[in-house]
Each structure stands twice: as C-alpha cells, then as structure tokens.
Design a protein around this ligand. Structure first.
Ligand code: NDP
Length: 335
C-alpha cells in the first residue's frame, strides 16, 4: 500500500521564506494560485499578455512575464500545457534557475520522458491533482479535499518531498490524501488510461450505437440510452460509493448475469495484444516520440481523426437532441 500523507503529516514551515511562482493561469494555474493564496501564501503569477492574464489580474494578482517570475521565485509551479512546457522551460525558466530552486509539475510527463532535465542541485517535484482545475478550487472552498500524487527527484535528503507535501496541503489535497508516487507512475497511469481504457470505451460505445441502429433501433433513443439519460454517470458515481463490483448489485439479476457471464468474451487474445502494445508505447516513449512528430508537422493526423468522429452518425444524432441535452445537464452541471 502506498504511503498516504494527510494534513497532520505536513510541515508547512518548509515554505517559510520561499518565494512561490505560478506559471500559467489556466485550469490548474488559476485553481492552485487561488488555493495557495487562501492558505496564507503569496504566490506570484507569470503569464503572457492575454485573456488568462486578464483573469488573473481580475482575481487580484499582479501578473508579470514568465521570465520575471522565474527570476524571482525559488519554488516554481509549471502549470502550462505539457506540450508547451519544454520550450517555455528552455527559454524562460531554465536561465533563472539556481541551486536549491524547486520546479513543481502537475504531471510526470516531461520529467519522465526527459523533455525537461533540471540542472544539478535543482529539485523536480510533482504535485499532481487527480482532479480537474475547477473542482480543485471548488472542493477547497467547500473545505473538502481531493487525491493527488506527489514525488520528488534529485532529492537525496528528502527536503524537496517536504516542499511537495507543503504545496499539496496548501492547495487542499492532503485533506483527502497525497499518495507517494513517482513521475514514471503518474505518467504511465495517465497515458495508459488515455491510450487503452478510454479508446476502448469510445470504440465499444460506437459499436453499440452502430449495431443497434443497423438492427432498426432509433438513433436518438440509442443516444439517450448511451449517455444522454445520465445513467452512465450514475453508474460511475455508484462505483465510488459501492465499489467497482458492488454497484452491480444495484442492477437487475438479468443484468448482473448478462454482464458477468459475457465480460471475458469481450477480451479476446487480439484485444489483449493491443493492451500490451499500448503499455509498451507508453513505457518505451514511442508514443511520446510520435506525438512530438505530430505536433512538429502541424497535427495533420489529429485534424483527420477529429473530422472522422465529427461526421459519425452518433454526432448527428446528438445534434438533434441538443435541446434535450440542455434540460438534462442543467441539474448536474456545477456553475
Ligand atoms: P491549461 O491548458 O489550462 O493552461 C493554460 C495556461 O497555459 C494559460 O495560462 C496559458 O496562457 C498558458 N500557456 C499556454 N500555452 C503557452 C505558451 N506557449 N507559453 C506560455 N504560456 C502558455 O493547462 P492545464 O491547467 O490543463 O495543465 C497544466 C498542467 O496541469 C499540465 O501539466 C497538466 O498535465 C496538469 N494537469 C491538468 C489537469 C486539468 O485539470 N486540466 C488535471 C491534473 C493535472 P496564455 O495562453 O494566456 O499564454
């Protein structure tokens, strides 16, 4: 069982005298900067001159260029998209780094794939919320927590991990629990879900839709059954409260028998080979290399793939149900 750190395990004193800089004011940047400030810290915000900067200014931060914040801060939270981090790091953060400085990431990606290699004496820590930015802020304001993964590299005496834990506490994560992890583990878990679990779910949902429509079912009724009804969300919520298998007991006996007796059939050897392939591509860095190439080429495959899904009959069926979707999502959607 992983070590789980909670509020009482954290020494906030390690941040005393530290100057904290938050680079980026998007999903995580805004939520974490506001939470840090409400926890009594004084984060500086670094951002380019555009609407994110305006938002930070409206929230009461004196926003400065990234380079200026990196110069002044000695704990730097890098909260811009993973794809742009290496370039921004090289040009605007790396020149300012001094021995003892700490770079904090909300994902393991760039450190694991060595797209960013901090210099000797500079700590690389990870405070990776398992939560979208909006909820990081909302849960903090509701005095609730959320899980996060923490790690530290170049950390011979454990000092940098203490900084990670103090930041995790200040953003509200250790109210729930910060799990001791690694840059590798966070990256592999995240990317394997994105490249095996979610694509599998996408493909099965499309097959479900296509097959039922081909067998004479109404596309809009199938779309409603698939996700518009919100039943999918209710099942996912029941997994939290009753457990992955426990929630099955909320279904009819017919449903339980159907699900349990057919589950193995859905994983034939060809599928298991693709599961292994996805894991190999993540762990070896093969996917990372492919994605770097795709971005350099101007994302032609990404555009083609988007085009493909947006013309799928399921997307057309959803468009017809737009007015219903608005009615049903209203009670669920946080403002
Ligand atoms: P966002 O896409 O929300 O980041 C937007 C911010 O990045 C803005 O401030 C934007 O400023 C800035 N930015 C974008 N491009 C550039 C650039 N080329 N140069 C300088 N600044 C740039 O990022 P997220 O919050 O989604 O992700 C941040 C980190 O958090 C990532 O490591 C991600 O993996 C991790 N994470 C994200 C989660 C989420 O909720 N999305 C969940 C958990 C972890 P502007 O464009 O104004 O310059």
């Amino acid at each position: 069982m992983a070590t789980i750190y909670r509020d009482a395990d954290v020494n906030m004193g390690v941040l005393k005298g530290r100057r904290i800089g938050v680079i980026g004011y998007g999903n995580q940047g805004r939520a974490q900067a506001l939470n840090l400030r409400d926890s009594g810290l004084a984060p500086m915000v670094g951002n380019r001159d555009d609407e994110y900067k305006d938002r930070a200014t409206a929230d009461g931060f004196a926003v400065r260029p990234i380079r200026a914040v990196a110069d002044e801060a000695d704990v730097i939270l890098v909260l811009i998209p993973d794809e742009v981090q290496p370039e921004v790091y090289q040009e605007q953060i790396r020149p300012s780094l001094r021995r003892g400085d700490v770079l904090c990431f909300a994902s393991g990606y760039n450190i694991y794939y060595q797209a960013i290699v901090p210099p000797e004496g500079v700590g690389a820590i990870m405070v990776a919320p398992r939560m979208i930015g909006r909820a990081v802020r909302q849960l903090y304001q509701e005095h609730l927590g959320f899980p996060c993964l923490v790690a530290a590299e170049n950390d011979a005496d454990g000092r940098f991990l203490q900084v990670a834990l103090a930041l995790a506490k200040a953003i509200g994560a250790t109210r729930f629990g910060a799990f001791a992890s690694s840059f590798r583990e966070e990256t592999v878990i995240d990317l394997f879900a994105e490249q095996m679990l979610w694509p599998g779910i996408i493909k099965l949902c499309l097959l479900y839709f296509e097959k039922l429509v081909a067998h004479g079912c109404d596309p809009e009724i199938v779309t409603t059954e698939l996700h518009l009804s919100g039943e999918f969300v209710e099942i996912a919520k029941a997994m939290i409260t009753h457990g992955f298998f426990g929630q099955l007991q909320l279904h009819s006996q017919t449903s339980q028998y159907g699900q349990l007796s057919r589950a193995d059939r859905m994983a034939p050897p060809e599928l298991l080979a693709q599961v292994d392939r996805a894991m190999e591509e993540v762990c070896s860095g093969r996917f990372h290399a492919e994605w770097v190439q795709e971005q350099k080429a101007g994302k032609p495959n990404m555009q083609r793939l988007w085009q493909q899904v947006l013309t799928h009959p399921l997307a057309q069926s959803e468009a017809k149900l737009e007015s219903l979707r608005k009615i049903i999502t209203r009670p669920h959607e946080p403002s």
